[in-house]
Design a protein around this ligand. Structure first.
Ligand code: GLC
Ligand code: GLC
Length: 810
């Protein structure tokens, strides 16, 4: 069952009913000002940091769900309706929501009146623009009464949700003409305010929520709206809002357009006020003047559309599978950009006040983003590395506004440091820019304690070597990639956090997964050393990598798959000898990606085990059989009911590791099959079960042992975005940036006869046509570049700004 369809030409998902199985959202933003917007216009806006600079208010897990947003009410005689269905919830004659790249539109029709709202955040201003187009489709003149509505957040979203004894006395607004200003706390330390404007004279306004709504009314029937008026209230304390009241007359066939601007302004201290506590409105007026006509707004929207076309142009493919194409060409890349900006901070599952930017997460997000905006990737790498400790360890997260690490979710996740190597290696392979390694980067944000980025990588590498356990495998610390496998944190106290408790600090639990990572990224580190003309360090690195390979061979192999870990007591985790959870996905994918077992049959054997025990219709589950009871020595993992989250859910993030592993053993059919099991476009028909947006990956899909297998949760902000893009673009389609050129090594389904990839790489365009004449789907036989045969399968770095034609036979 579907609730919409893909419009690939416009790069939109078109939702044809407001009652989707869950709110289906989109992101609007320019790198600083952001809005999250659902298919019924729910959501909120913020500036840079969803916790510290929340502009409009949202209530998570509300009843009914998703019932705060930026709304319009239209009163047409006795009928009250909203173009996005909510909040009025009047049944519409026509409803359509189109989520596009960086914009969303809502089309509502009722009683021969059409309203279309187009929302976007322009590149050039910290504002969200709402273009409201009203059209009279009837033969009679219509006299419409329009109310807009936004509810301000008192900036700090956590305080806003909790500190009511203070909040209810702080709210302040100013009203001037058609602009409603929100200036709570501007008189004290804040140097920012927000405003909401419409480009037409208004009949009235409200800024006091209680008066506008009526204390005991819901958002679907505010008093002011029901009475067809406005009370011209000025909020003092309580909950300030901004609502314009406008009357619009439309002759038969007539169309009118209104432009609303929701903006954010920052001012230096000395410029804050014009006289006695009256805020300086000049910057707001400057923003407003840029969008004072519909044409200006549309021209700005066009720039957003053009920008996205350009951004996605770095990688485009054409294969026989249109669903695969739309994921690679449009939605997967789009999601990679969104995860770049938000890490795990703000979605409909991440409240914006919990997690900031993750050290591990943000590094991985870069893997799918590098080719889109390498300059931003570079800055992000520096920001992340700047939070690293001298000993190579890391804070687990940092706040995007302050860029400072914090220990809110603990530290000592011993995989963290290695992800920095992964990101830097990917950056260099993409750009060829080794200068980044010489950048001087602080430890723990201390400007007086800096070292080169290269030195940071060395510390990352050494952090593993300096933290080896009894089997010469890496100590796991609080956890590795799997936040919930807490092997040194024993907790029987419901009032403590699994991540922050580390009561077995002398703990000797070891991770085979980190071993796999160390081997893979340790080799990349050695390559980087070679690029730096430091063969001594490269040799040292390779030696340690080889030792780790030996440790995995000796202590990390379980006979038919790789072990997961050794626990605090030195017992095996993820072994056939275990009572439950005999096999875990993480080390299978990563050890094969590290090259272990490719030459002796263990890789194929492992992948057979994965297929047999872990794969199901909805993807590959994390572990099997699920834990059915609580094991104190394993931590959070067995706290989840079976089939959910880290306890045997399909964790989309690590499915691509197995997909990549399948391509390494040459099984393109299976790689593609696994991709299609978790891909939103491929499971669009199951939207009712899946619940989540059919255009983005979800972090988790309930696994085969769950109560409701196939039901997804936590869409958008997941490492699945970057990793599936890497798996699809670099391993299935096989066009991947190497240190010395663009490697071509596809592993496609056998029946795909021909595919093409257009890839921008180091200032040249490669138009690659791949012919699968052999029907094997893998193994480059011949490569012709601009008419001439080249040996091997690495495309040279041309850097000449030109387009090069490449023909590949497999
Ligand atoms: C979440 C976290 C990520 C972690 C994963 C597995 O996605 O953001 O850091 O690796 O869960 O626990
Ligand atoms: C990860 C996991 C989640 C866990 C959290 C704790 O995001 O997915 O299950 O609760 O980490 O930090």
């Amino acid at each position: 069952m579907k609730f919409g369809y893909f419009d690939d030409k416009k790069r939109e998902y078109v939702i044809s009913t407001p009652q989707t199985p869950y709110p289906w959202i989109n992101y609007l933003g320019n790198g600083a000002f952001f809005s999250i917007i659902s298919n019924t216009s729910g959501g909120y806006s913020f500036y840079r940091d969803a916790r510290l600079r929340r502009i409009t208010r949202y209530r998570y897990n509300n009843i009914p769900l998703d019932s705060n947003g930026k709304y319009f009410y239209i009163r047409d005689e006795q009928t009250l309706w909203s173009p996005s269905w909510k909040p009025a919830k009047t049944e519409l004659d026509k409803y359509e929501c189109r989520h596009g790249l960086g914009y969303s539109t809502f089309l509502g029709e009722k009683n021969l009146c059409r309203a279309q709202v187009t929302c976007f955040v322009p590149d050039e201003a910290n504002a969200e623009i709402q273009l409201l187009t009203l059209e009279n489709l009837s033969q009679k003149t219509k006299k419409l009464k329009i109310h807009s509505f936004v509810e301000w957040c008192l900036w700090n979203a956590l305080e806003d949700n909790t500190n009511f004894q203070r909040n209810f006395s702080t709210g302040q607004v100013e009203i001037e003409g058609s602009t409603l200003y929100h200036k709570t706390e501007f008189r004290e330390r804040r140097n920012h305010y927000a405003f909401y404007h419409v480009n037409t004279p208004i009949k009235g306004y409200d800024t006091d929520r209680e008066k506008f709504l009526g204390l005991y009314n819901g958002i679907e029937a505010p008093d002011a709206v029901m009475n067809g008026t406005a009370y011209n209230t000025e909020a003092h304390g309580w909950s300030p809002i901004a609502s314009h009241f406008i009357e619009v007359d439309l002759k038969p066939g007539e169309k009118k357009q209104l432009v609303f601007v929701l903006g954010y302004v920052e001012l230096p201290d000395k410029d804050k006020f014009f006289g006695n506590q009256i805020i300086n409105k000049t910057p707001a007026k400057e923003i407003i003047s840029r969008y004072d006509t519909a044409d200006k707004a549309l021209a700005s929207l066009q720039l957003v559309v053009n920008k996205w076309e350009k951004l996605l142009g770095g990688y485009q493919t054409s294969t026989p599978d249109e669903k695969f194409n739309r994921m690679v060409n449009i939605w997967n890349q789009y999601q990679c950009v969104v995860t770049y900006y938000f890490s795990r901070s703000a979605s409909y599952f991440e409240s914006g006040i919990g997690r900031g930017m993750g050290f591990r997460d943000s590094n991985q997000d870069l893997l799918g983003f590098m080719h889109i905006m390498p300059q931003l990737a570079k800055q992000r790498i520096i920001d992340i590395a700047s939070t690293q400790f001298e000993d190579g360890g890391a804070y687990h997260q940092y706040q995007p506004l302050t860029k400072r690490g914090n220990s809110d979710v603990g530290g000592n996740f011993n995989d963290d440091p290695l992800w920095l190597i992964a990101a830097v290696s990917a950056y260099i392979r993409e750009t060829g820019d080794t200068d980044i390694l010489a950048e001087s980067v602080p430890f723990d944000n201390n400007e007086n304690n800096k070292a080169s980025l290269f030195e940071h990588l060395k510390r990352s590498f050494d952090h593993v070597i300096n933290n080896l356990g009894p089997h010469k495998l890496p100590l796991i610390g609080r956890a590795d990639w799997n936040d919930c496998l807490n092997l040194n944190c024993f907790s029987n106290n419901p009032d403590e956090s699994f991540q922050i408790t580390e009561n077995k600090s002398g703990g000797a639990a070891e991770s085979v997964f980190i071993a796999g990572m160390f081997i893979k990224y340790g080799r990349e580190y050695a390559e980087v050393c070679n690029l730096m003309k430091n063969p001594g360090e490269a040799k040292r690195a390779v030696r340690y990598v080889e030792e780790m390979v030996a440790s995995v061979d000796q202590h990390g192999w379980d006979g038919e798959w790789f072990l997961r870990a050794y626990d605090y007591f030195g017992e095996k985790v993820g072994s056939h000898t275990c009572e439950e959870s005999k096999i875990f996905i993480e080390p299978q994918g990563f050890c094969i990606m590290a090259g272990i077992g490719l030459d002796d049959g263990r890789a194929t054997k492992t992948l057979e085990s994965v297929n047999k025990y872990l794969a199901c219709d909805h993807g590959i589950v994390l572990n099997y059989p699920a834990f059915t009871k609580y094991y104190i020595q394993y931590g959070e993992i067995s706290s989840y009911p079976q089939g959910y989250k880290e306890n045997a859910g399909v964790f989309s993030h690590n499915n691509p590791w197995v997909i990549i592993a399948e391509t390494l053993v040459g099984n393109g059919d299976r790689a593609y099959d696994y991709f299609s099991r978790i891909s939103p476009a491929h499971t669009e028909d199951k939207s009712e079960l899946r619940k989540m947006e059919p255009y983005v990956f979800a972090q988790m899909i309930a696994g085969k042992e769950a109560y409701k297998p196939g039901e997804a949760k936590n869409s958008w902000l997941t490492g699945a975005a970057a990793w599936t893009f890497v798996a699809a673009s670099q391993y299935i389609l096989g066009v991947r940036p190497g240190f010395y050129g663009l490697e071509v090594d596809p592993c496609i389904p056998k029946q795909w006869k021909e595919i093409s990839v257009t890839r921008k790489y180091r200032n040249a365009v490669y138009e690659i046509k791949i012919m699968n004449g052999s029907g094997k789907g893998k193994g480059v036989k011949e490569m012709i570049v601009d008419g001439a045969k080249v040996t091997g399968n690495v495309l040279p770095v041309f850097s000449d700004g030109k387009t090069h034609k490449v023909e590949v036979a497999i």
